[in-house]
Design a protein around this ligand. Structure first.
Ligand code: NDP
Length: 384
């Protein structure tokens, strides 16, 4: 029996890892929709290889290129925000939500509203719209499978256990490429240095988030929504080897951890095969070769992002969406060479102090908060 899959963000790092696993089990999968922003030629290549029903570019100006690249294939081509949402509503057994940033909000919600399985990598969507999104998951009876490696680890450690028995959940953080850097070094860090992650091969935005520790802070908010144990029970520990992907401590003092190679194909496979298991090409862990696994507390002086994210989660309402939007604008400015690395957190904190809209209760309201926060953030950028 084949399973139908849609991949939102098919041309990205998560998309490539997902398709790599599908490629190895080609006869077990039917690809419904593949989407990208504007990488039309690459999207068309993937759509042809996997005989997708439809390929969609979010940026409509890239649709002519997509149409040309798909000519004669019989694969439908579409473009624009509405087409992206339409692709997410096509019947599929599982949808992988792997668009980067707030751009994934509407299509991810559209997939959730189908009431099937959604494997969530797009953490920014859950950070911005956590309450609205989790309410939709409950309303539609959707199976939400966390694909982020930490949350997938927690999901696995919680399996078969009553969450009421959980004492704490610890998210591990590699600490990113600048873990050992001084404040003076951080002040002159370049985009090239920031995207060179020591353990993981990821897209540019999440790599910068990893360098600032915003990634871990966003994951804290993500965990807050996914695992209702309360904010006080959520911890972060720096674990440079990225072998232990997260841990759950129970009331009897038992701590369950999930370990694995630093390869996203492991958590992706866990989502694709859940509640079963599937093969991956990842090399098995060799603990003797690794020798040591080390852990230490995060440094919130050099890396204030986790503090800001915890405060945003505590405040709730629209504040996490404002934080996320400000971070996305700041990261884009840093990558473009317009903002020093250490100003990313400063800018986010500044915006949080200036803009506190009322709590959104619908997706449209979240999208409006996100848009407004971005324009405030861009104005702050002009002042830098
Ligand atoms: P990439 O930048 O590699 O890929 C992003 C994907 O989203 C691409 O397909 C891109 O299309 C598409 N996209 C970008 N902008 C838009 C837009 N405005 N509208 C629609 N589609 C868009 O990102 P990653 O794969 O690294 O990350 C994807 C998500 O998964 C992020 O939320 C990230 O935090 C999360 N994640 C990633 C991990 C990783 O290891 N990479 C690990 C855990 C979570 P195009 O190619 O055309 O630009």
């Amino acid at each position: 029996m084949t399973r139908a899959i849609t991949i939102l963000g098919a041309t990205g790092s998560i998309g490539a890892s997902t398709l790599d696993l599908i490629r190895r089990e080609r006869d077990k999968w039917r690809v419904v929709a593949l989407t990208a922003n504007c990488q039309a030629v690459e999207l068309a290549r993937l759509a042809r290889e996997f005989s997708a029903e439809v390929a969609v570019v979010a940026d409509e100006t890239c649709l002519p290129d997509l149409r040309e690249a798909l000519a004669g294939s019989g694969i439908a081509a579409a473009g624009g925000a509405a087409a992206l949402v339409e692709a997410a509503t096509r019947p599929a057994d599982i949808t992988v939500a792997a668009i980067v940033g707030g751009a994934g909000l509407a299509p991810t919600m559209a997939a959730i509203e189908q009431g099937r399985s959604v494997a969530l990598a797009n953490k920014e969507a859950l950070v911005s719209a956590g309450d609205v999104m989790m309410a939709a998951v409950a309303r539609h009876g959707t199976t939400l499978l966390p694909m982020d490696s930490e949350h997938n680890a927690i999901f696995q450690c919680l399996a078969g256990n009553d969450p009421a028995h959980v004492r704490s959940i610890t998210l591990t953080a590699s600490g990113g490429p600048f873990r050992e850097w001084s404040a003076a070094q951080l002040a002159v860090a370049t985009p090239e240095q920031a995207v060179r992650h020591p353990n993981w091969d990821m897209g540019a935005k999440i790599s910068v988030d990893s360098a600032t520790m915003f990634n871990k802070g966003l994951e804290l908010i993500e965990a807050f929504h996914l695992f209702p144990v309360g904010l006080d029970a959520l911890r972060i520990v720096v674990h440079p080897q990225s072998v232990v992907h997260s841990m759950v401590e129970y009331r009897d003092g038992s701590t369950l951890a999930q370990l694995g190679p630093s390869d996203m194909r492991v958590p992706i496979a866990s989502c694709l095969a859940w509640p079963g298991r599937m093969d991956t090409p990842c090399a098995p862990l060799d603990l003797a070769a690794l020798g040591e696994l080390t852990f230490r507390a995060p440094d919130e002086v050099r890396f204030p992002a986790t503090r800001l994210c915890r405060q945003a989660a505590e405040a709730g309402g629209a504040i996490p969406a404002v934080l996320n939007a400000a971070n996305e604008v700041a990261v884009a400015a840093f990558l473009a060479g317009h903002l020093p690395f250490t100003r990313i957190s400063v800018m986010v904190e500044e915006l949080l102090g200036r803009y506190a809209p009322p709590a959104p209760t619908t997706l449209d309201q979240v999208i409006a908060v996100d848009a407004e926060a971005r324009s405030h953030a861009r104005r702050l950028l002009e002042l830098v």
